[in-house]
Design a protein around this ligand. Structure first.
Ligand code: URA
Ligand code: CA
Length: 433
């Protein structure tokens, strides 16, 4: 087999076979197929697209390019959740203990934040003593015992995807539905998921800017999941403004605690129940999603959800007294209020601008190596649609330096205030089965 023939075949719009895709991904991972040939192929795929079976074959070839996590010693159906990324997205921290509290095994592998989106591992590290590095056996035992464990990424998962993603980034081939969908799904499948719930975000803070492209991506991932025998459901949700109020590591842990106690922001609470009920249903713990939702609501009401969070923190060496006293989490030295300059309705809070403002305070990384400040971040006091009076606080800044002019300017740049009342976007746009 020759790569040049495969490039030509795809260039002419023909379907590649499983053997051809496997040859190409294996050869590329091993370094036998050079970047320039893979670039040409990525561009051919960009223009010619891939059939469903090509997408499944590409996904599985990438899964097989590296290590695969074996969760078979964990009882039950392991359901993983994936978000295409957002600002202030605290959902994993809430969903993991929430669905575990009704008996769904949560064996979660999570990443650190890069750029202006946060990572669950960083958030958990703001809990004193919490261990994110645990060996595979301990991990599996913890999930069997408590239904929940979260570990940092390790091992050599989907090296083909890492290499290809880097190449796409510099060859203008990132924005290709078959390439994005197979990239995301290969990582989930390699991490050992039996079933997958996807949160596809749309809006100013998201990868997909409009509903049509978000739906297309969601359908593509659901088809790949089902084609690879992993039941998959996608929820399309709004990221036109940050989720919840808090952006920043310790601040989001506090927000997660509030939400698990039933006192969280409405949007975050609702998104967690929507995603969580799909997870419980896919895990076979409820007959349908409505029943699943009732189970989760009840678990929050009775305190079982927050109790599960507490058990989870203690089991991984963390200080579980933060549950009853969140003031024991790291706190910043200074707070500043960003005051509204006029009366009106909040019309816009551009999510990625808020994410960057939080990152400048030190809550996010600019490079993989940079240290982050777990205490700092932003708390939104006004969200889209709310009425605000001149002088009222839009945002509270939590900072470890007194110099926050640039952060304030960026927050003003993210917010817009309108004289007329504004129409709210739905939180959930669609659900794709
Ligand atoms: N996220 C991924 O993991 N892969 C892509 O291709 C795009 C976004
Ligand atoms: Ca949040």
């Amino acid at each position: 087999m020759r790569m040049v023939d495969l490039i030509e075949k795809k260039r002419e719009g023909h379907e590649l076979t499983r053997e051809e895709i496997s040859f190409m991904i294996k050869g590329y991972t091993d370094g036998d197929i050079p970047d320039y040939q893979m670039s040409a192929m990525a561009m051919a795929i960009f223009f010619r697209d891939m059939t469903i079976s090509e997408r499944v074959d590409l996904t599985m070839a990438m899964v097989e390019s590296g290590d695969q996590i074996d969760l078979s010693s964990i009882e039950g159906i392991k359901v993983d959740k994936h978000s295409t990324g957002g600002v202030g997205d605290t959902t994993t921290l809430i969903l993991a203990p929430l669905v575990a509290s009704v008996g769904v095994p949560v064996a979660k592998m999570s990443g650190r934040g890069l750029g202006h989106t946060g990572g669950t591992i960083d958030k958990l590290e703001s809990i004193s003593g919490f261990q994110v590095e645990i060996d595979g056996e301990t991990f599996n035992n913890l999930v069997n015992k408590n239904k929940i464990a979260v570990v940092g990424q390790s091992g050599n998962l989907t090296p083909a995807d890492k290499k290809l993603y880097g190449l796409r980034d510099v060859t203008a081939t990132v924005d290709s539905i078959p390439l994005i969908a197979s990239s995301i799904m290969s990582k989930k499948i390699a991490s050992g998921a039996d079933a997958i719930v996807l949160d596809v975000k749309i809006g100013s803070g998201a990868f997909m800017k409009d509903l049509e492209s978000a739906k297309e991506l969601a359908h593509a991932m659901v088809q790949i999941g089902n084609g690879a025998s992993r039941k998959t459901i996608a929820v399309i949700s709004d990221m036109n403004q940050p989720l919840g109020f808090a952006i920043g590591n310790a601040l989001e842990v506090k927000e997660a605690i509030d939400t698990l106690k039933g006192k969280g922001p409405v949007d975050l609470h609702e998104l967690c129940l929507t995603l969580g009920s799909k997870m419980v249903y896919l895990a076979g713990k409820a007959e349908n999603v409505d029943e699943a939702r009732e189970m989760l609501e009840k678990s929050i009401e009775t305190g079982k959800a927050i109790e599960t969070f507490k058990t989870f923190i203690a089991a991984q060496g963390g200080d579980d007294s933060i549950i009853d006293d969140p003031s024991r989490l790291p706190t910043a030295s200074y707070t500043f209020e960003v005051e509204a300059k006029e009366d009106g309705y909040i019309a816009e809070i551009i999510a990625d601008k808020i994410g960057i403002a939080s990152s400048i305070l030190g809550a996010g990384r600019t490079t993989k190596e940079s240290e982050i400040d777990l205490a700092v971040g932003l708390v939104l006091n006004k969200k889209i649609g709310e009425l605000v009076k001149k002088g009222e606080s839009l945002v509270t800044i939590h900072s470890n330096t007194p110099e926050v002019t640039e952060v304030i300017n960026r927050i003003y740049d993210a917010y817009s205030i309108s004289q007329r009342s504004v129409e709210l976007n739905p939180l959930i746009y669609d659900i794709i089965y």
